[in-house]
Design a protein around this ligand. Structure first.
Ligand code: KG4
Ligand code: ZN
Length: 334
């Protein structure tokens, strides 16, 4: 069957999401209930609160996704869900809902890796061409992934400490910006000058790994020293200089990997793909290169279930089904 209908569920962090995807590429519905407001006053995602919200929202969100898709539950071909990685209590809500639905409807169950979902968000816009290089940048991940065919993922580089989004969120907190800090820094950076010379962690020659904790510390130290001297650094300049350092390394390593592996397509995935500085720099870098650059529209960059349905389509075609013993996994290899 080439145009299978998959109901997909995503609850790995702070969005309760469900979607119906047809043939891996057509969005029939895509419902996201965000919990950001509930976590804001704590300055980050509180796992217990996330789980409770998922429990409250999951049935409504699934029903709404089915209603908006215009199909009947019985017409679904499979139920897919994010199995991991993520917050275990949050993941469990989605996994249990998916199992219950698959069991009661008598449909196959598919477990999806969250990062595979972020990568496949791009296939909702454009068909893949291999070899494909994906730069995955989110709150929990910073990875360069090489794909030679559908469903195969080779991690050629990853962060050794903080993820890119995590660095954004921590620096934002230091600048006393509200959670989630990434979009705030992005906005501030557009108004500032890159006047502060922050370090760029290129690591050993040839390495595709990343490291952002040194940069984060450099920003914190700089702000601390200025404060002790009674000076104030313009926050917009700090944001612009920090962002330039992150973007330089992300883009520099992506260009080098694209050349080494002869990538036909470059894909950017994860929440930080929404970053305007990163988008602009990649667009400029790949304007005159052989590889095509794909960056998903903003709504598909952050967590959603449409991307999980897109990734699940490949597993459906390959008949890689899970059974009722499937469990959520807080950490899980790609
Ligand atoms: O993929 P995502 O929604 O959740 C996971 O981590 O899986 O990514 C969220 C991360 C947060 O760290 C958030 O601050 C960051 O993406 N982010 C951004 C921007 N929008 C979201 N970081 C920089 N610039 C942005 N415009
Ligand atoms: Zn994510």
């Amino acid at each position: 069957k080439t145009s299978e209908l998959i109901l997909a569920i995503e609850t790995s962090c702070d969005e309760t999401a469900a979607a119906v995807i047809e043939g891996g590429r057509v969005i029939r519905s895509n419902v996201v209930a965000s919990q950001i407001e509930s976590h804001k006053r704590f300055g980050g995602v509180v796992p217990e609160i996330a789980s409770r919200h998922h429990v409250e929202q999951i049935t409504l969100v699934i029903e709404e996704a089915i209603r908006q898709s215009g199909i009947q539950k019985e017409d679904l071909d499979a139920i897919a869900v994010t199995q991991g990685p993520g917050l275990i209590g949050a993941l469990l809500v989605g996994v249990n809902a998916a199992k219950a639905l698959a069991f009661s409807l008598g449909k196959p169950l598919i477990g999806v890796h969250h990062i595979a979902g972020h990568i496949y968000a791009n296939r909702l816009e454009q068909e893949f061409a291999f070899p494909l290089l994906a730069l995955v940048v989110s709150g929990g991940h910073t990875e360069l992934v090489l794909m030679k065919e559908h469903g195969s993922f080779e991690v050629i580089g990853e962060t050794r400490d903080d993820a890119a989004g995590e660095a954004y969120d921590k620096v934002a907190r230091t600048l006393q910006l509200p959670y989630p800090g990434g979009p705030r820094i992005d906005k501030l950076a557009a108004e500032g000058e890159q006047s502060i010379d922050f370090p760029r962690a290129w690591l050993e020659p040839g390495s595709y790994d990343f490291s952002f904790s040194g940069l984060k510390s450099a920003v914190i130290n700089k702000l601390h020293n200025a404060k002790q001297k009674g000076e104030t650094l313009p926050p917009a300049d700090v944001a612009a200089s920090f962002q330039a350092s992150v973007v330089d390394v992300l883009v520099g390593k992506t260009i080098r990997a694209a050349e080494e592996f002869g990538a036909k397509q470059i894909i950017v995935a994860g929440g930080v793909a929404a970053n305007r500085g990163l988008r602009a720099s990649l667009e400029e870098a790949f304007a005159d290169k052989q590889a095509d650059l794909l960056i998903p529209p903003l709504a598909l960059c952050t967590d959603n279930a449409a991307m999980i349905g897109a990734a699940a389509s490949i597993l459906y075609q390959q008949e890689k089904f899970a059974d009722m013993s499937m469990n959520a996994r807080a950490s899980m290899p790609l």
